[in-house]
Design a protein around this ligand. Structure first.
Ligand code: AMP
Ligand code: MG
Length: 318
């Protein structure tokens, strides 16, 4: 029988060199990170970046997050500020993205920045992503490896399910530990959270010693991440429910729910980190089982729960 996942590669040194060649030849690969899998290409190359937009069917106004190995490497592309340095020291490498002003000398593709004078940068912690960045001479543009407006992939197989043969090379880094996208912090003016993630406002407050603004609804909508329907599993999602709909599945959280064939518990112990890491995996599984809809119980809107609720709210938009 033919293996339909022939394009998934073990992350050994031979395959990492192969990945490097792919990137150098302006090809796109599937890359594991600690948050979700990315669709990675050379951030300095317009050709690579155009391929990412086209694979994802992503509108060009929605800029891409650029992944670097360390602070030294990003100095030539962005203008650093003291808030960034503090947050970098506290959280990097890790699941946080910073919007910074672009260095006029930057070689990052203008297309990757959606024509803006800012760049979104991230220093991933996943050891495979780091190994690849270490042998490359360029940063990686890497949005989540899913079709625009759909849920992010949290395993190499999810990437293949999403793109089939269109992606020829996916590095297998196992299941993503965090399972939800990075926290995004805009540092171009007063520090503001644009997207919730595992690095919560409270954790940032502890470092900066001042309250950080939260603004997930900018005045002008320019990016799908800011549009209402996003993170969609492809079937209707209903939030804050007590039971499933007819023919539908029910996503639960905590110990008070029964075990039934259409009940899927994100964390029986009520652990928000565990729930976040199971969310997309569970939604993909429910879709595969051909349930008609997903109802979700109330999830506490604290700590990492804010990120879970943010994704669910957008997934439930109709
Ligand atoms: P996603 O790729 O869906 O994880 O979303 C990345 C988000 O980061 C985008 O939707 C933007 O809101 C933000 N972003 C990325 N690049 C930039 C940039 N150059 N300037 C401002 N915001 C950005
Ligand atoms: Mg995305």
């Amino acid at each position: 029988m033919q293996n339909i996942y022939l394009n998934i590669y073990k992350p050994n040194s031979f395959n990492l060199k192969k990945a490097k060649k792919y990137i150098e030849n302006c090809n796109i690969i599937g890359l594991p990170t600690e948050t979700v899998y990315g669709l990675a290409g050379n951030a300095y190359s317009d050709k690579s970046v155009k391929k990412i937009y086209s694979l994802k069917k992503r509108p060009r106004v929605n800029p891409l997050i650029i992944h670097f190995k360390n602070l030294k490497d990003l100095k030539s592309d962005v203008i650093l500020n003291s808030t960034f340095v503090k947050l970098y020291k506290a959280f990097c490498p890790g699941p946080i993205t910073f919007i910074l002003k672009k260095n006029p000398k930057s070689k990052i593709s203008q297309i990757a920045c959606g024509g803006k004078k800012t760049i979104a940068i991230r220093i991933p912690k996943h050891k495979i992503a780091r190994k690849l960045l270490k042998i490359l001479k360029v940063p990686l543009a890497a949005p989540s490896a899913n079709i625009s407006s759909k849920i992010s992939p949290t395993s190499a197989m999810d990437v293949c399910d999403e793109f089939g043969k269109k992606i020829k090379f996916v590095l297998d880094g196992g299941r993503c530990k965090i399972g939800l996208e990075s926290t995004i912090v805009d540092l171009t003016s007063r520090p503001t959270i644009l997207r919730h993630g595992v690095i919560t406002p409270k954790k940032i407050y502890k470092v900066l010693k001042k309250k950080i603004l939260v603004n997930q609804k900018p005045k002008s909508i320019t990016a799908p991440g800011q549009l209402n329907l996003h993170y969609s599993p492809g079937i209707p999602v209903y939030i804050n429910k007590l039971e499933p709909r007819k023919g539908g599945a029910f996503i639960t959280f905590g110990k008070k729910f029964k075990n039934d064939k259409n009940y899927f518990n994100l964390s029986k112990t009520g652990n928000l980190n565990e729930a976040a890491s199971n969310l997309y995996k569970t939604m993909r599984y429910i879709k595969k089982l051909k349930f008609k809809s997903i109802s979700v119980c109330k999830i506490p809107n604290v700590e990492f729960g804010r990120a879970i609720n943010d994704r669910l709210k957008k997934a439930s938009y109709s």
